[in-house]
Design a protein around this ligand. Sequence first.
Ligand SMILES: *Cc1c(COP(=O)(O)O)cnc(C)c1O
Length: 238
Amino acid sequence: MRAAARLNSTAMAFPGLAERIADVRARIDAAAARGGHGQKVKIVAVTKTHGPNVVQAAYEAGLRDIGENKVQEALKKMAAVDVPVRWHLIGHLQRNKVKALEQFVLLHSLDSPRLADAVCAFGLDRGRAVDVLIELNLSGETSKGGYTLSDLLPEAERFVALAGIRVRGVMTIASFTATESQLHRTFAEAREARGALVEAGHPAEELSMGMSNDYEIAVEEGATMVRLGTTLFGARAK
Ligand SMILES: *Cc1c(COP(=O)(O)O)cnc(C)c1O
């Protein structure tokens, strides 16, 4: 398809996307100013359940970072997309699929010691460390993966010796039922946890937190990456 024709068709498939992105960016800027942490904020556009045309539309609207939560779905989409976006893996990764990390710039969801060992082995194998965020479970919900705060520090020390991974920060998913003040507390805890990683010697600049319903609070608390699906692309297909 000619570029102009494709641009037209994807823009028509997502009327108002450019305006929604502009609105989100304005909200992010305002929240960052309120928070006073002085960070830059990257939008990771979450395209799970949507087709490759959504990735194309996101790219044409100026977004460059795409988040997917399932390896299989992501690889299929990558094969069907011909724009140079950066792919982020934001969902649980099974240890037998660590090779797929070759296709992603960042794993947001390093959620267990065994996965850390498998990712490290892959990084050593390919001769280049894998960039990861440690997923924190701060809400206490057992249905969610990730490290508790008390498990984090010993792991942070252990990870110093794992040359196959590079700890770039933390990621967290807040509880959907939390009040605004609980959200502030959760996101502040994640920021403090990142500080502990830095003290342990990791290049942990990133704070991946905030989704469609809570990203402004996350940015106020210092988020450097917000993972947005619904607010950009509407309700998910399934
Ligand atoms: C789906 C998903 C998102 C995006 O959620 P929205 O509420 O649609 O913005 C963010 N992070 C993770 C880990 C997800 O699985």
